[in-house]
Write a protein that binds this ligand. Sequence first.
Ligand SMILES: *Cc1c(COP(=O)(O)O)cnc(C)c1O
Length: 368
Amino acid sequence: MPKAQETLLEIDLKALEHNVTYLKSRLQPATKFMAVVKSYAYGNAAVDIAKHLETQHADYFAVAYTYEGEQLRTSGITKPILVLHPQAISFNILIEHCLEPNLYSLKVLKEFVATAENLNQKNYPVHLKFNTGLNRLGFSEADIPEILSLLKNTEAIKVTSLFSHMGASEDLNEKEFTVKQIKTFKHVTHLLLKQLPYTPMLHMCNTSGILNYPGAHFDMVRSGIGMYGFGNSEKENSHFKPITTLKTVISQIHQIPIGDSVGYNRGHISNAPLTTATLPLGHADGIGREYGNGKGFVAINGQKAPIVGNTCMDMIMVDITTIDCNEGDEVIVFGDYPTAEEFAATANTISYELLTGLSQRIKRIVLK
Ligand SMILES: *Cc1c(COP(=O)(O)O)cnc(C)c1O
């Protein structure tokens, strides 16, 4: 790869392949794999990633919103796509593109049945989500009689899967909570399965669920962050390869005399001779203000260069006093070192937020 001459996000499909292969090695052969590609595949490049996974690895895709699924369909993705958080206003578009909704409340179920009947659908595939403790989206056990009666009275929809979502699968201190979620899921799905004339698939594991709860894989698992290179623990991270490298370049170098300041609002005042490099990325690119003032750091020639002063909209300044480098040199914001997880931690956040928050104005380069 030639050295970066501007801010670039490199996405390594070989690393993606490695991660998916590893995740699948943790499954029973019959367990289906749903590739979660919501939010531009966690900031990467959803279409390229979905195209790469569609041929062999993914049985299913998941996105959050209807327009994300629409984008995959118009790019030629044909495998089933679950829309995790569809809004009733887009149900027509969802059906037009053969996207499959998560229906999570009686209100949403009724609204979807009405739309599907209106469009003369028969056995349209839908997924019913149960709340088992996350308290975010999902039916409760008390909804089951009404769900069954609604299903009995329409031919427009057919339930492809029953699912739930774990709230703390990465946190082994919360094992008791997760085990209770699994038990609740088994209980509610049992109540439905014994009444339905057919057998929907069951699924509840995200990446950390796959890794930590092999007994809860059911018929399918849903992975996002693992595919992108993070196992949510030091032990598991060693099995994954980050697929994303954010690179940039040194625009200009400044020598800062003692007493001078750097950046807006004089965020840093120099009390020792300081050399800074100005880089072309800032909070508009997803590197928030929390990273400023010495918290976040980038790597130049493998050496740590802390951010000096406040993060600007389109620039950051970093301390290169002890680093031998020149204007035009490449800078690694995150990748192998620091990793996105390490970089995110400097601002008290997580890889998920850092990756999905990267602005679409950053050029994506997909390495095949
Ligand atoms: C985002 C999401 C996932 C993927 O979670 P990871 O921790 O990234 O693997 C799975 N299921 C649901 C319902 C989600 O919203």
